[in-house]
Design a protein around this ligand. Structure first.
Ligand SMILES: Nc1nc2c(c(=O)[nH]1)N[C@H]1C(S)=C(S)[C@@H](COP(=O)(O)O)O[C@H]1N2
Ligand SMILES: [Mo]
Length: 415
């Protein structure tokens, strides 16, 4: 990896923070980005100029790419245009997943190449009295917030339906690495909608991606107007990488990954319910326990439930002996209040120690002292959130394999 300091880091070192006239919040990030763009204006390589140096840039001469950032096998399992994070790579790390380790889920074959100078966010539809456009610069100059939240694919955990229900489900074969936690910075969607004259009769907002499949999915207006529903332009303090939606993505905390539309080019605000493939045929629950909801084949997926993962390789081998067993648990509905761990396949349970920070809709890190004797171990973790959701032993089947939030058995061999 390129270790050169990005220009904004040097800036910060030269200017003591107390002399800065800017407030200590997301607006400072926005201002810095604004300066980078201003500096890049007129240059041909605009995209390169605003993206961080080193990882994951899409250069003008590059051919179409399914994934742009490096995909080292010690960090990821790759499946087509998707990258699953390896949990063992998170051992010894903090709350945030570094952007270069963050999972990727792309429905289209190639990451779109977008020039932020020419790009516009179009905002239109029957629910607005002042439809219009926003440039990248205009969005970066608006009030913004930063928040630490999880982003998780609806199909995270899909593989475990094969263990629990004996059916192999097609689709991205996630174990539990289709999740990450990052700091997201952006403009509240509400600000944009208000400037566009959102009507009291507006009902739904559909963000549309500029990828080849124009991936789009609506959210209800109440969700769109929530303080933390953001149009995100920065991740972990840097402009979004192409893989993660540069220049702009939607972020709906706690909701399934597909709600967080990347490469947004258009927002439709409607007085009528809106439909796309992604809330009628896919990302809905289909199965005997889920009645159809025409025109949708089943109930639409919204918030994510509670899950847990160990920071260990799958079916791997570790050295026998005393160790700190580590993992993380998360909930799209709130904050984790309790994590229990079983070292014997669910016969006995003991509480894990929760570590700070423990914020809602992110994850909590936890640990436990463990004397790993030589042999095969069947580890389980079971978390509870402050809404009273506790990971069950089994979840009902659905054909697309979404929302697998039952307790998972993690088998590991100590030698
Ligand atoms: N435009 C667009 N947005 C998208 C997708 C996509 O394929 N195209 N994938 C969605 C899915 S299924 C997930 S899980 C998240 C993944 O975000 P990430 O790749 O930044 O981790 O983006 C969502 N937003
Ligand atoms: Mo997803």
């Amino acid at each position: 990896m390129d270790t050169k300091d990005p220009p904004e880091t040097k800036d910060r070192q030269q200017k003591p923070v107390e002399k800065s006239p800017l407030p200590q919040d997301g607006r400072k990030v926005s201002r810095r980005l604004f300066m980078q763009i201003a500096a890049a204006a007129g240059g041909a390589a605009t995209i390169s100029a605003v993206l961080p140096q080193g990882i994951g840039r899409l250069e003008a001469a590059d051919p179409p790419r399914a994934i742009v950032k490096p995909t080292p096998p010690e960090l990821f399992y790759q499946s087509g245009s998707n990258l699953e994070m390896r949990w063992e790579a998170m051992y010894n790390r903090g709350t945030l997943v570094p952007t270069e380790m963050f999972f990727v889920r792309n429905n289209s074959a190639a990451v779109p190449r977008i020039d932020p100078a020419a790009w516009r966010l179009r905002v239109e539809g029957s629910g607005l009295s002042r439809p219009g456009e926003f440039s990248y610069e205009a969005l970066l100059a608006m009030p913004s917030i930063s928040m630490i939240k999880a982003l998780e694919c609806a199909g995270n955990g899909r593989n475990f339906f094969e263990v629990s229900h004996g059916k192999k489900i097609p689709g991205t074969p996630w174990n539990l690495g289709g999740i990450g936690v990052a700091e997201w910075t952006g403009v509240p969607l509400r600000e944009v909608l208000e400037r566009a004259g959102v009507k009291p009769t507006a009902r739904e907002v559909m963000a549309e991606g500029l990828d080849e499949k124009k991936v789009s999915r609506p959210i209800p207006i109440d969700k769109a107007m929530e303080k933390e529903t953001l149009l995100v332009y920065a991740m972990n303090g840097q402009p979004l990488l192409p893989d993660h939606g540069f220049p702009l993505r939607l972020f709906v905390p706690g909701w399934v990954g597909i709600a967080n539309i990347k490469w947004v080019g258009r927002l439709e605000v409607s007085e009528q319910p809106l439909y796309s493939e992604y809330n009628t045929k896919r990302y809905v629950f289909i199965g005997p326990d889920y009645p159809p909801q025409p025109p949708a084949l089943g109930p639409m997926l919204t918030t994510q439930k509670v899950k847990s993962a160990f920071e260990l390789p799958w079916n791997g081998t570790i050295a026998a002996g005393r160790r700190l067993l580590r993992g993380r648990s998360w909930s799209g509905e709130g904050r984790i209040t309790r994590v229990e761990v079983s070292l014997d396949g669910g016969q006995t349970w003991q509480p894990a120690r929760l570590r700070e920070p423990n914020q809602e809709q992110a994850w909590v890190r936890w640990d436990l002292d463990w004397e790993a004797r030589p042999g095969i171990h069947r580890l389980q973790a079971r978390a509870t959130d402050n809404r009273g959701n506790r990971q069950p032993d089994k979840v009902p089947f659905n054909e697309e394999g979404y929302a697998y939030w039952a307790v998972v058995t993690h088998t590991i061999t100590a030698t």
